[in-house]
Structure formats: C-alpha cells, structure tokens
Design a binder for this molecule. Structure first.
Ligand SMILES: [Zn+2]
Ligand SMILES: [Zn+2]
Length: 407
C-alpha cells in the first residue's frame, strides 16, 4: 500500500491525503481548499480511477472546501452532524452543497472492498471532528488531522490513541508547529474565566468568533451567564445552536426545545438579512422573530456574538444614539483572520467608536504536549507530517517519512 500526502506538507497548510492499496483501489482523506493564500486555490491533483471514496475529517474549508469538485460517481463521506452545521453556514452564505453525501457517525466502521475505515471522534474547533484508522493490505494507517487535547473533549484523543496502540503509519497534523506562539495552549475553562473577568467590567460586550466553533460558543455563553449579561447570537450561530438543540445537545440558542433552557439567549437579525427575498437562510431566521434583541439592547447588559458585516447597523441604531458607552470587543478566533480586509476594517471601526479591543483565544490545534503524547503512546513505524507549512520543523520526530511512502 502507498500513502501520498497530496496537499499539506509544505507551504500550504490545508489537507489532502491519498492511500492506495496493492490492488490499485484508493481512498482520499480530506479534500480541502487552502484558505490563506490570498489567491484562488487550485483543486488537488488526483487521478480518480478506482477511488472508492473521499472521507472528510471535519467541516473546515481547508478539509471540505472542494467537495463539490469530487466526481459525482465517487462517494463522499461526512460525519452526520458536522455536515448539518456546515449546511447551515453554507445556506447563510448562499453556497450550497451541490452533490450527494454519505453520512457516518463517530464509531462507525466502513468497509469498501479491500479497505476498512474505523472512525473516531476527536476534539477540535469544528463540531464532531473525526480521525480515521485505515486498514488495508494487512497494514494500519492512522490519519489524525486537526485535533487537540486541551479542549472540553480532549480526552477523546487520549482514549482513542490508547485503544489503537499500534499502527504502521501515523499521519499527524502540525498546523501550529511553525506558528510563532507554538507554546502550551490554554484550556477552554481557563479561557472562560478570562472572558468572564473582562465581561463583568463592561455593559456591552461584543465578541467575534467562528460560527462553527461550538466549544467557544459554550465558553462564551457560560462566561456571559456568570457576568449576568443577556446573550445575543448572530443568526448563523443561533441557527446552528437551534439545530443541535433539537438533536438533544445542550447548546445555547434563542429557541430551545425545552423552553426553560436558555431564557437569556436572543438573536439579532440584521436588516440586510430580513430584506433580501427568497434566500436559503430565511427558513432559519423566521423561527426567531419573537427572540429578536433589537429592542432590548439600549437598556440591557449584553454579550453579543457579532459579525463584521453588522457594524453599520449597530453604529446607526446604537453607537450613534449614545447607547454604547461602556463597551468592549473580544476577538476570539485564529489571529490569521486579522489580515482579512473586512476584519481589519471592522476592528478599526470599533476602536474609532471608543470600544476597547481584547484578544482572547485558545487554538483548535494540538500543542507540543499533545503531539508528544501521541508519538510516545502510539507505536508506529513511520510518521508522515500533514497539514503543516514547513517540513523542517518535524525533523526531531522519530521515523519521519518525507516522501511518498510505500510499504
Ligand atoms: Zn480544522
Ligand atoms: Zn485544518
């Protein structure tokens, strides 16, 4: 069997891996679009003959972004709830999924001809992220893309690694290995306390975070609740919370299944979303019309999960009328997004309105301690680095393989 890292070994941080059996069948793991090139990324170079399936680890674009380009006769496998969350975000940005997807759940085992794929849930900043143990030709490959141990479900990785024990090839993510702040990452609980300490000092707290980061949504809500603020979600996050709540998960949202949950949660439906006709997100926001926060905002202490595109409406309705006088903004996502023009302009506008800006985040990716746990607990013959920007930084790991691997 052969393992080829198609994208993600050097310079480009996204992820596409190909595993081919002796019989000539293959599977692809992740089909991602590099997000930070500043130029349009090209679709990965794959020969699709004899491809049994594409397996997606999670719903970030650097892993799932090209799924519409997979040939229609090749099945694409995505975790059920991860796809549900992805579809909601796609509906808000009017970028639907134009292909059939086969769903799986963590723990499912999928057999395709000579391949067996065992799915494990891992902790990451995308909901229900997974890793795959691939068995083919009597060999075992563990593909770990985007995982961490310092999140609320960090124990999932530890348990899976202890259960798996031994593989022939370990493909391990190292997205943060080359980043300047590659130190031990703080836990979500610690971040929650730091957010609370900021929130209690201000009447109006704006937070900018990723819609798909459900861990951070819960962290922010708990800090807000403790600081005695009402909690206002932008409509995308509110819709994701509503979707997961209906599946029985405890996720803050304005329209909970159990009406005694989350009575302090509202949404803010901006005018530009209300006014557009016939768009795919209307079915979500119509559910929230009696939980809209507009009228409460002049008189309430609140934490508001805001999107940069809402700034003009917030300015007109509240800042210019003097309702935002004791406010801060907390930036709580990867600092790479600060380079994007819309984010830079948003933060400049907030500062110009007299709003103090804090940067509080913990990474969705592994730190050195997590990588060391994996490489010392799991027995492996070869290590392949994936999802990193610099081969050289892996050089201290034992049994590193830098070329296409055939065993
Ligand atoms: Zn990710
Ligand atoms: Zn990634």
């Amino acid at each position: 069997m052969k393992v080829r890292v198609v994208k993600g070994t050097n310079k480009k941080g996204c992820s596409v891996t190909e595993i081919t059996s002796n019989k000539g069948n293959k599977i692809i793991i992740d089909y991602g679009k590099c997000v930070n090139d500043g130029i349009k990324d090209a679709t990965p170079d794959i020969d699709w003959n004899n491809t049994l399936g594409v397996f997606i680890t999670h719903n970030h674009d650097d892993h799932i972004g090209f799924i519409n380009d997979v040939p229609k006769d090749v099945p694409v496998y995505v975790e059920r709830e991860a796809l549900g969350v992805y579809k909601i975000i796609a509906d808000f940005y009017e970028q639907g999924i134009a292909r059939k997807v086969t769903l799986f759940e963590p723990g499912d085992i999928i057999t395709l001809d000579d391949f067996k794929i065992v799915t494990y849930q891992v902790d990451h900043s995308a909901y229900n992220s997974c890793m795959f143990l691939v068995e083919v030709d009597g060999k075992r490959v563990l593909h770990m893309s985007d995982f961490r141990e310092h999140g609320r479900q960090g124990y999932l990785v530890k348990k899976a690694i202890e259960d798996i024990k031994e593989v022939d090839v370990l493909c391990m993510e190292g997205a943060t290995i080359t980043r300047p702040n590659n130190d031990k990452k703080k836990e979500e609980d610690q971040l929650q306390y730091e957010l609370y300490k900021i929130m209690r000092r201000y009447r109006q707290v704006f937070v900018v975070t990723s819609s798909s980061n459900i861990d951070r949504l819960i962290t922010t809500y708990k800090a807000s609740y403790r600081a005695d603020h009402i909690f206002i979600e932008d409509p995308t996050i509110a819709s994701i919370g509503d979707y997961l709540d209906k599946l029985g998960k405890v996720v803050p949202n304005p329209n909970p299944k159990n009406e005694n949950d989350f009575r302090d949660v509202y949404t803010f439906i901006p005018k530009y979303l209300k006014e557009k006709e016939g768009t795919s997100y209307k079915k979500y926001i119509n559910n929230f019309s009696d939980r809209d926060a507009h009228a409460l905002m002049p008189f309430s202490k609140y934490v508001f999960l805001i999107k940069p595109e809402m700034f003009n409406e917030i300015k007109k309705l509240y800042i210019d009328k003097g309702y935002v006088k004791d406010a801060c903004l907390i930036y709580s996502m990867w600092d790479g997004y600060l380079d994007r023009p819309e984010m830079r302009i948003f933060i400049e506008n907030m500062k110009a309105a007299g709003i103090k800006v804090y940067y509080k985040h913990t990474s969705g990716h592994n730190d050195e301690e997590a990588r060391e746990f994996v490489t010392t607990t799991l027995k492996y013959k070869y290590l392949k680095h994936i999802h990193t920007e610099d081969n050289d930084k892996y050089i201290n790991y034992p049994e590193l393989n830098l070329t296409d691997l055939e065993i």
